[in-house]
Design a protein. Structure first.
Length: 131
């Protein structure tokens, strides 16, 4: 599916940003369902979401969250842009209740976790240091 392809591309983008992270899908088990990367003791799940629309609300939907420490979400910046200059959110799993997360595009919750691409390695390293 197109969503699956974009998810795999998001994982490739993360791997380029954090080459020292162990790709769990490649090293541990193909398509590990719980997390995609290991960095030290940190289990990282990389997600992609396009913008969904519900009536007038634009939102992102992140599904199948389980047994991970950190979500690195690559979010479509504008409808149809896919992974062209995506927004990136790094969300500790402890902030997520349940297996799915819905974020409205301009929500305060989302704004708290948005990071610049260049900041990703340092922020992941900070989370790993406190785990």
């Amino acid at each position: 599916s197109r969503t699956g392809q974009l998810g795999a591309q998001a994982e490739e983008l993360f791997e380029k940003m954090m080459p020292e992270a162990v790709n769990a899908n490649r090293v541990i088990k193909k398509n590990n369902e719980n997390f995609d990367f290991l960095y030290g003791k940190l289990k990282i799940d990389v997600k992609y979401s396009s913008i969904s629309r519900d009536r007038r609300t634009k939102r992102y939907e992140i599904h199948r969250i389980s047994r991970t420490d950190l979500i690195v979400a690559f979010l479509e910046r504008e409808t149809g842009a896919e992974l062209n200059n995506p927004l990136i959110a790094i969300i500790p799993a402890s902030f997520i209740l349940g297996k799915n997360l819905t974020l409205t595009v301009n929500s305060e919750f989302l704004q708290m976790f948005l990071v610049e691409k260049a900041e990703v390695p340092a922020i992941v390293k900070q989370y790993e240091a406190i785990l």
